[in-house]
Design a protein around this ligand. Structure first.
Ligand code: HEC
Length: 124
């Protein structure tokens, strides 16, 4: 019984640390996104939309950015970027929204977690 409890708390600890992305590492990983995205408040749209406060502001909602029809339609059914949805998007944008203008695959789970932690830190 005691052993079982120890095993359970260890696995909870592991699961928890696996969820927590590293903001600094995320900022570093974001450098390749920055070719197409600004992320500061009020930053201008580049070839991709500004990403400030992206996890709170809604999908395809950067003012003045011309989104693809596919992503605009997708946002009708999925108004909000949750962390879960962001993970699926970054893993393979074309698999989530076929025909979207962004073609990126971030294959490593840890890279995606770090990126999401960074995105979360750049917002309200
Ligand atoms: C080559 C350019 C390019 C790169 C590199 C790129 N993106 Fe994008 N991104 C786009 C474009 C273009 C869109 C708009 C897609 C559409 O309209 O279908 C977009 C859309 C997005 C959106 C949805 C924005 C919204 O307003 O809902 C997120 C989130 C995003 N990108 C995150 C990232 C992250 C994180 C990275 C780095 C891992 C990245 N992007 C790399 C071009 C890029």
């Amino acid at each position: 019984m005691k052993l079982f409890l120890i095993a359970t708390s260890v696995s909870i600890l592991l699961a928890h640390s696996a969820l927590a992305g590293d903001v600094k590492k995320g900022a570093k990983a974001f450098k390749k996104c920055a070719a197409c995205h600004s992320i500061d408040a009020g930053g201008k749209n580049k070839s991709g939309p500004n990403l400030y406060d992206i996890l709170n502001r809604g999908i395809a909602a950067s003012e003045g950015f011309k989104y693809s029809k596919k992503l605009a339609t997708f946002s009708g059914d999925n108004p909000q970027w949750t962390t879960e949805l962001m993970d699926v998007w970054l893993k393979n944008t074309q698999k989530l929204v076929k025909g979207s203008k962004m073609r990126v695959k971030v294959k490593k789970v840890a890279d995606r977690e770090n990126l999401i932690a960074y995105l979360q830190s750049m917002g309200n």
